[in-house]
Design a protein around this ligand. Structure first.
Ligand code: MSP
Length: 471
Protein backbone atom coordinates (compact mmCIF):
# COMPACT_ATOMS: atom_id res chain seq x y z
CA UNK A 1 0.00 0.00 0.00
CA UNK A 2 1.41 3.36 -0.99
CA UNK A 3 1.04 6.75 0.56
CA UNK A 4 -0.34 9.51 -1.60
CA UNK A 5 -0.40 13.23 -0.83
CA UNK A 6 -2.84 15.45 -2.73
CA UNK A 7 -3.16 19.22 -2.40
CA UNK A 8 -5.52 22.03 -3.38
CA UNK A 9 -4.94 25.76 -3.81
CA UNK A 10 -5.85 27.70 -0.69
CA UNK A 11 -8.32 30.47 -1.57
CA UNK A 12 -8.01 34.05 -0.39
CA UNK A 13 -10.56 34.85 2.25
CA UNK A 14 -11.42 38.31 0.95
CA UNK A 15 -14.84 37.02 0.01
CA UNK A 16 -17.11 34.04 0.25
CA UNK A 17 -16.77 30.85 -1.84
CA UNK A 18 -18.03 30.98 -5.41
CA UNK A 19 -18.62 28.09 -7.81
CA UNK A 20 -15.13 28.41 -9.30
CA UNK A 21 -13.57 27.51 -5.97
CA UNK A 22 -15.27 24.12 -6.10
CA UNK A 23 -13.18 22.91 -9.03
CA UNK A 24 -9.89 22.38 -7.16
CA UNK A 25 -11.63 20.51 -4.37
CA UNK A 26 -13.67 18.26 -6.61
CA UNK A 27 -10.79 17.27 -8.85
CA UNK A 28 -8.61 16.54 -5.85
CA UNK A 29 -11.42 14.58 -4.23
CA UNK A 30 -11.89 12.40 -7.32
CA UNK A 31 -8.16 11.78 -7.36
CA UNK A 32 -8.14 10.95 -3.64
CA UNK A 33 -11.09 8.58 -3.77
CA UNK A 34 -9.64 6.78 -6.79
CA UNK A 35 -6.31 6.38 -5.00
CA UNK A 36 -8.17 4.91 -2.04
CA UNK A 37 -9.91 2.46 -4.39
CA UNK A 38 -6.45 1.36 -5.52
CA UNK A 39 -5.65 0.66 -1.90
CA UNK A 40 -3.43 3.67 -1.23
CA UNK A 41 -3.45 5.71 1.94
CA UNK A 42 -4.30 9.31 1.15
CA UNK A 43 -3.51 12.57 2.84
CA UNK A 44 -5.50 15.47 1.41
CA UNK A 45 -4.76 19.08 2.32
CA UNK A 46 -7.09 22.06 2.04
CA UNK A 47 -6.87 25.47 3.63
CA UNK A 48 -7.29 29.22 3.45
CA UNK A 49 -4.86 31.96 2.41
CA UNK A 50 -5.38 34.73 4.93
CA UNK A 51 -2.58 37.28 4.63
CA UNK A 52 -1.78 40.00 2.11
CA UNK A 53 -2.81 43.51 1.18
CA UNK A 54 -6.06 42.57 -0.53
CA UNK A 55 -7.49 40.91 2.57
CA UNK A 56 -6.22 43.64 4.84
CA UNK A 57 -7.96 46.29 2.72
CA UNK A 58 -11.24 44.38 2.61
CA UNK A 59 -11.36 43.97 6.39
CA UNK A 60 -10.59 47.66 6.80
CA UNK A 61 -13.31 48.69 4.34
CA UNK A 62 -15.81 46.66 6.33
CA UNK A 63 -14.53 48.00 9.61
CA UNK A 64 -13.99 44.55 11.07
CA UNK A 65 -10.82 43.53 12.94
CA UNK A 66 -8.84 41.59 10.39
CA UNK A 67 -8.47 38.49 12.61
CA UNK A 68 -12.24 38.25 12.97
CA UNK A 69 -12.79 38.86 9.29
CA UNK A 70 -10.46 36.07 8.18
CA UNK A 71 -11.73 33.63 10.79
CA UNK A 72 -15.34 34.10 9.69
CA UNK A 73 -14.54 33.68 6.00
CA UNK A 74 -12.25 30.71 6.58
CA UNK A 75 -15.13 29.00 8.35
CA UNK A 76 -17.34 29.60 5.30
CA UNK A 77 -14.80 27.83 3.11
CA UNK A 78 -14.57 24.89 5.52
CA UNK A 79 -18.35 24.53 5.50
CA UNK A 80 -18.40 24.80 1.74
CA UNK A 81 -15.83 22.06 1.26
CA UNK A 82 -17.78 19.73 3.52
CA UNK A 83 -20.98 20.43 1.59
CA UNK A 84 -19.21 19.27 -1.58
CA UNK A 85 -18.68 15.85 -0.04
CA UNK A 86 -14.92 16.35 -0.16
CA UNK A 87 -12.93 14.15 2.20
CA UNK A 88 -9.91 16.26 3.10
CA UNK A 89 -7.69 15.14 5.95
CA UNK A 90 -5.84 18.36 6.86
CA UNK A 91 -6.92 21.96 6.92
CA UNK A 92 -4.42 24.78 7.19
CA UNK A 93 -5.07 28.45 7.87
CA UNK A 94 -2.08 30.61 7.07
CA UNK A 95 -2.75 32.55 10.27
CA UNK A 96 -2.26 29.36 12.35
CA UNK A 97 0.70 29.87 14.65
CA UNK A 98 2.24 26.52 13.65
CA UNK A 99 2.16 27.55 10.02
CA UNK A 100 3.64 30.98 10.71
CA UNK A 101 6.50 29.63 12.81
CA UNK A 102 7.29 26.96 10.23
CA UNK A 103 7.35 29.45 7.38
CA UNK A 104 9.85 31.51 9.35
CA UNK A 105 12.01 28.42 9.76
CA UNK A 106 11.71 27.76 6.04
CA UNK A 107 12.92 31.30 5.39
CA UNK A 108 15.95 30.73 7.59
CA UNK A 109 16.74 27.51 5.77
CA UNK A 110 16.77 29.09 2.31
CA UNK A 111 18.60 32.22 3.37
CA UNK A 112 21.59 31.47 1.16
CA UNK A 113 19.37 32.03 -1.84
CA UNK A 114 17.81 35.27 -0.60
CA UNK A 115 19.15 38.81 -1.08
CA UNK A 116 17.90 42.33 -0.43
CA UNK A 117 17.42 44.71 -3.35
CA UNK A 118 15.39 47.62 -4.51
CA UNK A 119 12.18 47.01 -6.46
CA UNK A 120 10.95 49.70 -8.76
CA UNK A 121 7.99 48.63 -10.78
CA UNK A 122 4.37 47.63 -10.77
CA UNK A 123 2.09 45.58 -8.56
CA UNK A 124 -1.47 44.34 -8.76
CA UNK A 125 -3.00 43.79 -5.35
CA UNK A 126 -5.93 41.92 -6.96
CA UNK A 127 -3.47 39.33 -8.28
CA UNK A 128 -1.06 39.90 -5.35
CA UNK A 129 1.63 39.88 -8.01
CA UNK A 130 4.59 41.94 -9.20
CA UNK A 131 4.02 42.99 -12.79
CA UNK A 132 6.81 43.19 -15.35
CA UNK A 133 7.29 46.24 -17.58
CA UNK A 134 6.37 44.10 -20.57
CA UNK A 135 3.04 43.12 -19.01
CA UNK A 136 2.43 46.72 -17.97
CA UNK A 137 2.80 47.83 -21.56
CA UNK A 138 0.78 44.97 -23.01
CA UNK A 139 -2.12 45.77 -20.70
CA UNK A 140 -1.82 49.54 -20.91
CA UNK A 141 -1.24 49.79 -17.19
CA UNK A 142 -4.55 48.20 -16.19
CA UNK A 143 -4.96 44.66 -14.84
CA UNK A 144 -7.22 42.80 -17.28
CA UNK A 145 -8.48 40.51 -14.53
CA UNK A 146 -9.27 43.13 -11.93
CA UNK A 147 -9.84 46.21 -14.11
CA UNK A 148 -7.66 48.21 -11.76
CA UNK A 149 -4.62 50.33 -12.66
CA UNK A 150 -1.35 48.72 -11.58
CA UNK A 151 0.18 50.37 -8.52
CA UNK A 152 3.65 51.86 -8.81
CA UNK A 153 6.01 50.50 -6.17
CA UNK A 154 9.41 51.70 -5.11
CA UNK A 155 10.53 49.60 -2.22
CA UNK A 156 13.28 47.50 -0.80
CA UNK A 157 12.42 43.79 -0.87
CA UNK A 158 14.03 40.43 -0.32
CA UNK A 159 14.43 38.37 -3.45
CA UNK A 160 14.61 34.63 -4.00
CA UNK A 161 17.27 33.69 -6.51
CA UNK A 162 15.22 31.78 -9.04
CA UNK A 163 18.36 32.02 -11.18
CA UNK A 164 20.05 29.44 -8.92
CA UNK A 165 17.47 26.83 -9.89
CA UNK A 166 16.38 27.57 -13.44
CA UNK A 167 18.26 24.67 -14.99
CA UNK A 168 16.95 22.17 -12.46
CA UNK A 169 13.37 23.39 -12.84
CA UNK A 170 13.64 23.31 -16.62
CA UNK A 171 14.99 19.79 -16.49
CA UNK A 172 12.26 18.60 -14.13
CA UNK A 173 9.55 20.04 -16.38
CA UNK A 174 11.02 18.73 -19.62
CA UNK A 175 11.71 15.27 -18.26
CA UNK A 176 8.21 15.16 -16.70
CA UNK A 177 9.71 14.47 -13.30
CA UNK A 178 7.41 17.31 -12.42
CA UNK A 179 4.60 16.79 -14.90
CA UNK A 180 2.60 19.86 -15.83
CA UNK A 181 -0.95 19.20 -16.97
CA UNK A 182 -2.45 19.86 -19.42
CA UNK A 183 0.73 19.33 -21.41
CA UNK A 184 0.14 22.34 -23.67
CA UNK A 185 0.82 24.60 -20.66
CA UNK A 186 4.31 23.17 -20.38
CA UNK A 187 5.70 25.36 -23.19
CA UNK A 188 4.07 28.44 -21.71
CA UNK A 189 5.70 27.75 -18.36
CA UNK A 190 9.10 27.01 -19.87
CA UNK A 191 8.98 30.37 -21.64
CA UNK A 192 8.00 32.16 -18.42
CA UNK A 193 10.82 30.37 -16.63
CA UNK A 194 13.33 31.54 -19.17
CA UNK A 195 12.16 35.15 -18.85
CA UNK A 196 11.64 35.06 -15.10
CA UNK A 197 13.75 37.44 -13.06
CA UNK A 198 14.46 36.63 -9.40
CA UNK A 199 11.23 37.03 -7.46
CA UNK A 200 10.45 39.31 -4.58
CA UNK A 201 9.40 37.39 -1.48
CA UNK A 202 8.84 40.22 1.00
CA UNK A 203 7.22 43.65 1.26
CA UNK A 204 8.19 46.54 3.55
CA UNK A 205 6.15 46.63 6.74
CA UNK A 206 5.27 50.24 5.90
CA UNK A 207 3.32 48.89 2.89
CA UNK A 208 1.95 45.72 4.38
CA UNK A 209 1.50 44.85 8.02
CA UNK A 210 -0.76 41.84 7.59
CA UNK A 211 1.75 39.10 6.97
CA UNK A 212 4.35 36.86 8.58
CA UNK A 213 7.35 38.88 9.82
CA UNK A 214 10.64 38.19 8.07
CA UNK A 215 12.94 36.69 10.70
CA UNK A 216 15.72 39.05 11.67
CA UNK A 217 14.30 42.11 9.89
CA UNK A 218 11.60 44.09 11.64
CA UNK A 219 11.04 46.21 8.59
CA UNK A 220 9.88 43.42 6.34
CA UNK A 221 6.88 41.14 6.06
CA UNK A 222 6.70 38.06 3.82
CA UNK A 223 5.10 38.32 0.41
CA UNK A 224 1.82 36.46 0.55
CA UNK A 225 2.84 33.83 -2.03
CA UNK A 226 5.96 32.89 -0.07
CA UNK A 227 3.70 32.33 2.93
CA UNK A 228 0.91 30.60 0.98
CA UNK A 229 2.95 28.16 -1.10
CA UNK A 230 4.72 26.91 2.01
CA UNK A 231 1.38 25.66 3.36
CA UNK A 232 1.72 22.47 1.36
CA UNK A 233 4.58 21.33 3.56
CA UNK A 234 3.96 23.20 6.83
CA UNK A 235 0.66 21.36 7.11
CA UNK A 236 2.63 18.10 7.08
CA UNK A 237 4.77 19.45 9.91
CA UNK A 238 7.81 20.64 7.96
CA UNK A 239 10.46 21.46 9.09
CA UNK A 240 9.65 20.21 12.60
CA UNK A 241 8.64 16.76 11.43
CA UNK A 242 9.90 14.25 8.89
CA UNK A 243 7.60 14.51 5.88
CA UNK A 244 9.25 11.91 3.67
CA UNK A 245 6.25 9.57 4.00
CA UNK A 246 4.10 12.08 2.16
CA UNK A 247 6.36 14.39 0.22
CA UNK A 248 6.79 14.72 -2.76
CA UNK A 249 3.10 15.28 -3.45
CA UNK A 250 1.49 12.88 -5.88
CA UNK A 251 -0.63 15.71 -7.30
CA UNK A 252 -1.20 19.40 -6.70
CA UNK A 253 -4.40 20.89 -8.13
CA UNK A 254 -4.48 24.57 -9.07
CA UNK A 255 -6.28 26.90 -11.46
CA UNK A 256 -4.49 27.95 -14.64
CA UNK A 257 -4.26 31.52 -13.31
CA UNK A 258 -1.94 30.45 -10.51
CA UNK A 259 0.03 27.75 -12.29
CA UNK A 260 2.96 30.13 -12.75
CA UNK A 261 3.48 30.50 -9.00
CA UNK A 262 3.38 26.74 -8.57
CA UNK A 263 5.63 25.96 -11.50
CA UNK A 264 8.29 28.63 -10.89
CA UNK A 265 8.44 30.03 -7.33
CA UNK A 266 7.31 26.87 -5.57
CA UNK A 267 9.93 24.59 -7.17
CA UNK A 268 12.61 27.18 -6.40
CA UNK A 269 11.60 27.18 -2.71
CA UNK A 270 11.58 23.37 -2.64
CA UNK A 271 14.95 23.06 -4.34
CA UNK A 272 16.43 25.64 -1.98
CA UNK A 273 15.20 23.45 0.88
CA UNK A 274 16.66 20.34 -0.73
CA UNK A 275 13.20 18.82 -1.13
CA UNK A 276 11.85 16.96 -4.12
CA UNK A 277 9.44 18.57 -6.58
CA UNK A 278 5.79 17.49 -6.76
CA UNK A 279 5.16 14.69 -9.24
CA UNK A 280 2.26 16.41 -10.97
CA UNK A 281 0.93 19.94 -11.17
CA UNK A 282 -2.54 19.70 -12.65
CA UNK A 283 -4.09 22.98 -13.73
CA UNK A 284 -7.75 23.46 -14.51
CA UNK A 285 -9.64 26.10 -16.46
CA UNK A 286 -12.02 28.75 -15.26
CA UNK A 287 -15.77 28.51 -14.75
CA UNK A 288 -17.52 31.14 -16.80
CA UNK A 289 -21.09 32.35 -16.50
CA UNK A 290 -22.70 32.47 -19.93
CA UNK A 291 -19.28 32.64 -21.52
CA UNK A 292 -18.23 35.58 -19.37
CA UNK A 293 -15.84 35.80 -16.49
CA UNK A 294 -17.77 35.79 -13.23
CA UNK A 295 -17.42 39.04 -11.40
CA UNK A 296 -19.20 40.94 -8.70
CA UNK A 297 -19.27 44.08 -10.80
CA UNK A 298 -20.97 42.32 -13.74
CA UNK A 299 -23.30 40.74 -11.19
CA UNK A 300 -23.14 37.25 -12.70
CA UNK A 301 -21.54 35.39 -9.81
CA UNK A 302 -23.21 32.04 -9.18
CA UNK A 303 -23.65 31.23 -5.51
CA UNK A 304 -22.61 27.60 -5.03
CA UNK A 305 -24.69 27.30 -1.87
CA UNK A 306 -27.81 28.06 -3.87
CA UNK A 307 -26.94 25.30 -6.34
CA UNK A 308 -26.20 22.86 -3.52
CA UNK A 309 -29.39 23.72 -1.70
CA UNK A 310 -31.58 23.31 -4.76
CA UNK A 311 -30.07 20.15 -6.19
CA UNK A 312 -27.81 18.56 -3.59
CA UNK A 313 -24.19 17.53 -3.42
CA UNK A 314 -24.30 14.70 -5.94
CA UNK A 315 -25.92 16.83 -8.65
CA UNK A 316 -23.33 19.54 -8.02
CA UNK A 317 -20.49 17.05 -8.33
CA UNK A 318 -22.06 15.57 -11.45
CA UNK A 319 -22.19 18.89 -13.29
CA UNK A 320 -18.80 20.15 -12.21
CA UNK A 321 -17.02 16.90 -12.96
CA UNK A 322 -18.71 15.92 -16.21
CA UNK A 323 -19.91 19.14 -17.83
CA UNK A 324 -16.91 21.15 -16.73
CA UNK A 325 -13.80 20.17 -18.63
CA UNK A 326 -10.95 18.90 -16.47
CA UNK A 327 -8.48 21.29 -18.09
CA UNK A 328 -10.24 23.94 -20.21
CA UNK A 329 -12.59 26.83 -19.38
CA UNK A 330 -16.24 25.81 -19.10
CA UNK A 331 -19.55 27.49 -18.79
CA UNK A 332 -22.07 27.34 -16.00
CA UNK A 333 -25.66 28.28 -16.70
CA UNK A 334 -28.69 27.23 -14.71
CA UNK A 335 -30.25 25.95 -17.90
CA UNK A 336 -27.33 23.64 -18.67
CA UNK A 337 -27.24 22.51 -15.08
CA UNK A 338 -30.93 21.69 -14.99
CA UNK A 339 -30.81 19.92 -18.36
CA UNK A 340 -27.95 17.75 -17.16
CA UNK A 341 -29.82 17.01 -13.95
CA UNK A 342 -33.11 16.03 -15.57
CA UNK A 343 -31.89 14.34 -18.74
CA UNK A 344 -28.86 12.56 -17.43
CA UNK A 345 -28.87 12.10 -13.68
CA UNK A 346 -32.62 11.63 -13.32
CA UNK A 347 -33.33 9.91 -16.66
CA UNK A 348 -30.21 7.88 -17.39
CA UNK A 349 -29.19 6.85 -13.89
CA UNK A 350 -32.05 7.54 -11.46
CA UNK A 351 -34.63 5.84 -13.67
CA UNK A 352 -32.33 2.94 -14.36
CA UNK A 353 -31.90 2.21 -10.66
CA UNK A 354 -35.62 2.49 -10.07
CA UNK A 355 -36.59 0.41 -13.06
CA UNK A 356 -34.11 -2.38 -12.57
CA UNK A 357 -34.62 -2.72 -8.82
CA UNK A 358 -38.40 -2.81 -9.31
CA UNK A 359 -38.06 -5.54 -11.94
CA UNK A 360 -35.79 -7.58 -9.66
CA UNK A 361 -38.13 -7.22 -6.73
CA UNK A 362 -41.16 -8.15 -8.80
CA UNK A 363 -39.45 -11.26 -10.09
CA UNK A 364 -37.90 -12.14 -6.77
CA UNK A 365 -34.40 -11.86 -8.14
CA UNK A 366 -31.25 -11.30 -6.08
CA UNK A 367 -27.61 -12.04 -6.85
CA UNK A 368 -26.43 -15.44 -5.61
CA UNK A 369 -23.09 -13.95 -4.89
CA UNK A 370 -21.69 -10.49 -5.50
CA UNK A 371 -18.71 -10.86 -7.84
CA UNK A 372 -15.45 -9.15 -7.01
CA UNK A 373 -15.30 -6.07 -9.19
CA UNK A 374 -12.04 -4.95 -10.77
CA UNK A 375 -11.51 -1.53 -12.27
CA UNK A 376 -11.10 -1.70 -16.03
CA UNK A 377 -7.77 -0.82 -17.59
CA UNK A 378 -9.18 1.84 -19.91
CA UNK A 379 -10.77 3.62 -16.97
CA UNK A 380 -7.60 3.34 -14.87
CA UNK A 381 -5.50 4.71 -17.72
CA UNK A 382 -7.71 7.79 -17.93
CA UNK A 383 -7.69 8.26 -14.17
CA UNK A 384 -3.92 7.82 -13.99
CA UNK A 385 -3.57 10.52 -16.64
CA UNK A 386 -5.83 12.82 -14.56
CA UNK A 387 -8.37 12.84 -17.42
CA UNK A 388 -11.23 12.68 -14.95
CA UNK A 389 -13.98 14.00 -17.19
CA UNK A 390 -13.06 11.41 -19.83
CA UNK A 391 -13.14 8.67 -17.20
CA UNK A 392 -16.53 9.92 -16.04
CA UNK A 393 -17.77 9.87 -19.67
CA UNK A 394 -16.46 6.32 -19.98
CA UNK A 395 -18.51 5.29 -16.94
CA UNK A 396 -21.57 7.13 -18.19
CA UNK A 397 -21.48 5.35 -21.54
CA UNK A 398 -21.81 2.16 -19.55
CA UNK A 399 -24.87 3.54 -17.77
CA UNK A 400 -26.39 4.21 -21.17
CA UNK A 401 -25.39 0.75 -22.41
CA UNK A 402 -27.29 -0.85 -19.51
CA UNK A 403 -30.37 1.15 -20.40
CA UNK A 404 -30.04 -0.01 -23.99
CA UNK A 405 -29.64 -3.62 -22.92
CA UNK A 406 -32.87 -3.40 -20.91
CA UNK A 407 -34.68 -2.02 -23.94
CA UNK A 408 -33.22 -4.73 -26.18
CA UNK A 409 -33.67 -7.72 -23.88
CA UNK A 410 -37.09 -6.68 -22.57
CA UNK A 411 -37.04 -8.55 -19.24
CA UNK A 412 -40.72 -7.76 -18.71
CA UNK A 413 -41.53 -9.80 -21.83
CA UNK A 414 -39.42 -12.72 -20.59
CA UNK A 415 -41.32 -12.58 -17.34
CA UNK A 416 -44.63 -12.59 -19.13
CA UNK A 417 -43.57 -15.55 -21.27
CA UNK A 418 -42.50 -17.38 -18.12
CA UNK A 419 -38.95 -17.75 -19.49
CA UNK A 420 -37.53 -17.64 -15.98
CA UNK A 421 -34.11 -19.06 -16.77
CA UNK A 422 -33.41 -16.44 -19.41
CA UNK A 423 -35.01 -13.74 -17.24
CA UNK A 424 -32.71 -14.55 -14.34
CA UNK A 425 -29.71 -14.61 -16.62
CA UNK A 426 -30.57 -11.17 -18.06
CA UNK A 427 -31.30 -9.65 -14.66
CA UNK A 428 -28.06 -11.11 -13.36
CA UNK A 429 -26.08 -9.51 -16.19
CA UNK A 430 -27.82 -6.19 -15.73
CA UNK A 431 -27.30 -6.05 -11.99
CA UNK A 432 -23.65 -7.08 -12.24
CA UNK A 433 -23.08 -4.41 -14.92
CA UNK A 434 -24.72 -1.79 -12.74
CA UNK A 435 -22.55 -2.73 -9.77
CA UNK A 436 -19.50 -2.50 -12.02
CA UNK A 437 -20.50 0.97 -13.20
CA UNK A 438 -21.25 1.96 -9.67
CA UNK A 439 -17.65 1.22 -8.75
CA UNK A 440 -16.44 3.43 -11.61
CA UNK A 441 -18.76 6.19 -10.44
CA UNK A 442 -17.59 6.01 -6.83
CA UNK A 443 -14.92 8.75 -7.01
CA UNK A 444 -17.37 11.08 -8.75
CA UNK A 445 -20.68 10.34 -7.06
CA UNK A 446 -19.75 8.58 -3.82
CA UNK A 447 -23.15 8.77 -2.17
CA UNK A 448 -25.00 7.52 -5.24
CA UNK A 449 -22.51 4.74 -5.70
CA UNK A 450 -22.98 3.59 -2.14
CA UNK A 451 -26.77 3.74 -2.51
CA UNK A 452 -26.56 1.56 -5.62
CA UNK A 453 -24.42 -1.02 -3.80
CA UNK A 454 -26.88 -1.07 -0.93
CA UNK A 455 -29.83 -1.54 -3.22
CA UNK A 456 -28.35 -4.27 -5.41
CA UNK A 457 -25.71 -6.13 -3.44
CA UNK A 458 -28.07 -8.03 -1.13
CA UNK A 459 -31.78 -8.61 -1.23
CA UNK A 460 -32.87 -6.15 -3.89
CA UNK A 461 -35.18 -3.40 -2.68
CA UNK A 462 -36.26 -0.47 -4.85
CA UNK A 463 -35.50 2.85 -3.13
CA UNK A 464 -38.53 4.49 -1.51
CA UNK A 465 -37.69 7.75 -3.27
CA UNK A 466 -36.14 8.14 -6.73
CA UNK A 467 -32.40 8.86 -6.48
CA UNK A 468 -32.84 12.06 -8.49
CA UNK A 469 -36.43 13.33 -8.45
CA UNK A 470 -37.21 15.32 -11.60
CA UNK A 471 -37.23 19.07 -11.06
N1 MSP B 1 -4.68 32.31 -2.59
C1 MSP B 1 -4.32 31.95 -3.91
C2 MSP B 1 -3.87 30.50 -3.98
C3 MSP B 1 -2.71 30.16 -3.11
S1 MSP B 1 -2.24 28.49 -3.28
C4 MSP B 1 -0.81 28.35 -2.42
C5 MSP B 1 -5.50 32.15 -4.86
N2 MSP B 1 -6.72 32.19 -4.30
S2 MSP B 1 -8.08 32.36 -5.14
O1 MSP B 1 -9.13 32.41 -4.16
O2 MSP B 1 -7.98 33.45 -6.04
O3 MSP B 1 -8.21 31.06 -5.99
C6 MSP B 1 -8.25 29.79 -5.39
C7 MSP B 1 -8.43 28.70 -6.43
O4 MSP B 1 -9.70 28.87 -7.06
C8 MSP B 1 -7.39 28.77 -7.55
O5 MSP B 1 -7.00 27.47 -7.95
C9 MSP B 1 -8.14 29.44 -8.67
O6 MSP B 1 -7.68 29.12 -9.95
C10 MSP B 1 -9.52 28.89 -8.46
N3 MSP B 1 -10.54 29.73 -9.06
C11 MSP B 1 -10.86 31.01 -8.77
N4 MSP B 1 -11.83 31.43 -9.61
C12 MSP B 1 -12.17 30.43 -10.47
C13 MSP B 1 -13.11 30.25 -11.47
N5 MSP B 1 -13.97 31.18 -11.86
N6 MSP B 1 -13.15 29.04 -12.08
C14 MSP B 1 -12.32 28.00 -11.70
N7 MSP B 1 -11.43 28.14 -10.75
C15 MSP B 1 -11.30 29.36 -10.15
O7 MSP B 1 -5.28 32.21 -6.05
Amino acid sequence: MGKVYITTAIPYVNGVPHVGHAVDYLLADVCARYQKQLGNEVRFQAGTDEHGSKIWQKAKEQNIPVEEYVAANSKKFQDFISKLGVEYTDFVRTTDSDHQERVQKIWEKIKDHIYLAKYEGWYCSGCERFITDKEYEENNGVCPDHQKPYEKLEEENYYLKISDFKDQIKDAIESHKMLILPEFREKEILKLLEESPDVSISRPRSQLTWGIPVPGDDNQVMYVWMDALSNYITVLGYPDEDISNWWPAYAQFVGKDILRFHALIWPAILLALGLELPKTLSSHGMILANGQKMSKSIGNVIDPLEVLEKHGTEAFRYYFLRHVDTFADSDFTWEKFEDAYNNELANDLGNLVQRLSTMCKKNNFSLNHVPEIKLEKEYCDLMNEFRFKDAFDFAWEKVQAINKKIDDEKPWALSKEGNIEKLNQVLNELVVSLLEVSKLLEPFLPETSSKISNIFAGEIMPPAEPLFPKK
